[in-house]
Design a protein around this ligand. Structure first.
Ligand SMILES: Cc1cc2nc3c(=O)[nH]c(=O)nc-3n(C[C@H](O)[C@H](O)[C@H](O)COP(=O)(O)OP(=O)(O)OC[C@H]3O[C@@H](n4cnc5c(N)ncnc54)[C@H](O)[C@@H]3O)c2cc1C
Ligand SMILES: *[C@@H]1O[C@H](CO)[C@@H](O)[C@H](O)[C@H]1NC(C)=O
Ligand SMILES: *[C@@H]1O[C@H](CO)[C@@H](O)[C@H](O)[C@H]1NC(C)=O
Length: 510
């Protein structure tokens, strides 16, 4: 009886990214028929965004399924929809465990315009990789009183020790320093942070990697979004409809609709107000940080505000470059740039205007070449990345052309075309993804995921629920984390009405 009433409850989902879509599908599949998804932008997918560029699919947002194995719900979903290349989904590929770091074949180029052999870079790269691994180990250990240290400080101090012990000439020593700097800048992109000095050493290992060789969608990541939308009833998603304020804990008659009073009223920018029993909020942590004072009324409780502040949300962008001819070797999968003039360990740039491009650690080579031609994807994180976003297209093209010419030592090489992402200036994202900032802990993610009203309140339960990548432990910052968080909040509502039929952490039906 209670469950049948539950199916009538009005659920509004804010945001039509992976998390919102996952929640909507789960509710609809369980028979909820008053579900509505309200999306600020004119499209579904959020940070999953595929562009068609000269006949090629490019991922402006998410690119890989990280850890494609049976435990990964995005992998299972993509397989069910038949969206993946069979070669990449073999059992063997699923079981390869690279701990999140695919063994890309590198080419190294230096700022003096020469190729640097892997023999020269390898010792420093090995030192770096083992320190990175060591940083991940602090999470499992009992370090209650570990002072708030960062991954950056840890790696830099240990790398200096290790490199200082080596009996090599000054040039080699500087080169090794530069290698560590480049790899730190690359890690800033992976973590989505300005500097690794902002990433919490204690919590760094909280992120869990799944086994499987990261794979991509030959027809674009957005194909997955399209399949999911098709499985939803028509017209339950409203686009171009930014939510201005979620009024919850309503006791007055404002939220009245055909005789029923609702505890929540969703107020949109266009003036429409939507009454609801439950709202699942899936906006990015970047949006929560900016709008925490106004998005909810009454305001969020202090512990939630504090956790929103504690967690980090940074910028990582891509710059796609197409070339007539490759300047990299045929087997090369990743290109690293080494700045030889760097004499100390640092992953930030001092003069943004002049040197922002020093933060761009290098490029991944788009493959297969039959599909992409000679295309590179550059990666740049942090304030330098945010600065890059605001440049004109001409300024950007000129800067990256100069950069490539310098590092290849070829004064005429010119990219045919340049395309960049601009996630920081996206008014419905404000950055790229969540990272564990210095001083934060797993409890902050728990606090963020806690529904309102908080436990112990006399008001109606589960008025505002929180999904989205940032609420996902241990998979924050990923698409599968977003999907799992959406499912989790849908299950929370489902099990509220049918506690015995649907256990809260029930497995998926897929
Ligand atoms: C450059 C980049 C590369 C990435 N690469 C990968 C990768 O390779 N693999 C991986 O797993 N993950 C990757 N990620 C992360 C991944 O894309 C995200 O974790 C995931 O897509 C987040 O989904 P979400 O539903 O939580 O949030 P979002 O996708 O951000 O969805 C939130 C939605 O809410 C909407 N919204 C915001 N404000 C409002 C409002 N006021 N009213 C209504 N709607 C609103 C937004 O428009 C958006 O559609 C990458 C991200 C970026 C930016
Ligand atoms: C793993 O996937 C890649 C493509 O991503 C493919 O080229 C390779 O053959 C696969 N390996 C196996 C063992 O299937
Ligand atoms: C919600 O409403 C109840 C009853 O009016 C009140 O006691 C409580 O303080 C309200 N909670 C918030 C967070 O405003």
């Amino acid at each position: 009886m209670a469950f049948l009433q539950g199916l009538d409850s009005h659920v509004v989902i804010v945001g039509c990214g992976m998390s919102g879509l996952g929640a909507a599908l789960r509710l609809v599949q369980h028979g909820f028929h008053n579900v509505r998804v309200v999306e600020a932008s004119d499209r579904a997918g959020g940070r999953i965004k595929t562009a068609l560029w000269g006949g090629k699919f490019l991922e402006i947002g998410a690119n890989w399924i990280h850890g494609p194995c049976q435990e990964n719900p995005v992998f299972r979903l993509a397989c069910n929809y038949g969206l993946l290349d069979e070669k990449s989904t073999t059992e063997e590929n699923q079981s390869i465990d690279v701990d999140g770091h695919p063994p890309f074949v590198p080419n190294w180029f230096s700022s003096s315009g020469r190729k640097v052999s892997v023999d020269l870079t390898k010792p420093a790269a090995m030192v770096y990789m083992s320190l990175l691994q060591e940083s991940q180990g602090f999470f499992a250990q009992d370090h209650e009183h570990l002072p708030a240290r960062s991954v950056g400080e840890f790696i830099k101090s240990k790398a200096l020790e290790a490199l200082g012990e080596e009996q090599v000439d000054k040039g080699t020593k500087e080169l090794r320093l530069a290698v560590v700097n480049t790899l730190l800048k690359a890690e800033c992109c992976v973590s989505g942070t300005h500097t690794m000095d902002d990433v919490c050493l204690k919590s760094f290992g909280m992120y869990k990697t799944l086994p499987g060789l990261d794979c991509t969608f030959p027809g674009g990541y957005e194909g997955l979004i399209r399949c999911m939308i098709q499985d939803l009833p028509k017209d339950i998603v409203s686009y171009n409809k930014p939510v201005k304020c979620i009024h919850w804990n309503c006791t007055d008659q404002k939220a009245k609709n055909s005789g029923k009073t609702f505890p929540v009223l969703v107020e949109c920018d266009d003036g429409e107000t939507i009454p609801a029993d439950h709202v699942i909020l899936t906006v990015s942590l970047g949006v929560l940080k900016r709008k925490q004072k106004t998005l909810l009324s009454p305001e969020m409780p202090p512990q939630k505000v504090e956790s929103i502040q504690n967690l980090g949300f940074g910028t990582n962008n891509k710059i796609f470059l197409e070339f007539e001819e490759p300047f990299w070797e045929p087997d090369c999968e990743i290109i690293f740039f080494l700045w030889e003039d760097e004499t100390e360990l640092s992953d930030v740039v001092s003069d943004l205007e002049r040197f922002w491009m020093k933060k761009l650690f290098g490029f991944t080579v788009m493959s297969p070449a039959e599909r992409y031609g000679h295309m590179l994807c550059g990666w740049i994180a942090g304030c330098e990345s945010e600065y890059m976003e605001a440049l004109s297209q001409m300024e950007l093209e000129s800067a990256v052309t100069q950069l490539i010419r310098r590092f290849t030592g070829n004064p005429t090489i010119t990219p045919k075309r340049v395309l960049r992402s601009q996630w920081y200036h996206d008014p419905y994202t404000y950055g790229s993804y969540t990272y564990v900032a210095k001083g934060c802990c797993g409890q902050d993610i728990e606090n963020l995921a806690e529904p309102l009203p908080l436990k112990g309140s006399q008001s109606k339960p589960l008025q505002v629920l929180f999904g989205g990548e940032a609420t996902s432990q241990p998979f924050f910052s990923t698409v599968h984390g977003a999907l799992l968080a959406g499912w989790r909040e849908a299950e929370r509502i489902i099990s509220h009405y049918a506690p015995l039929t649907f256990p809260e952490t029930g497995g998926s039906k897929l």
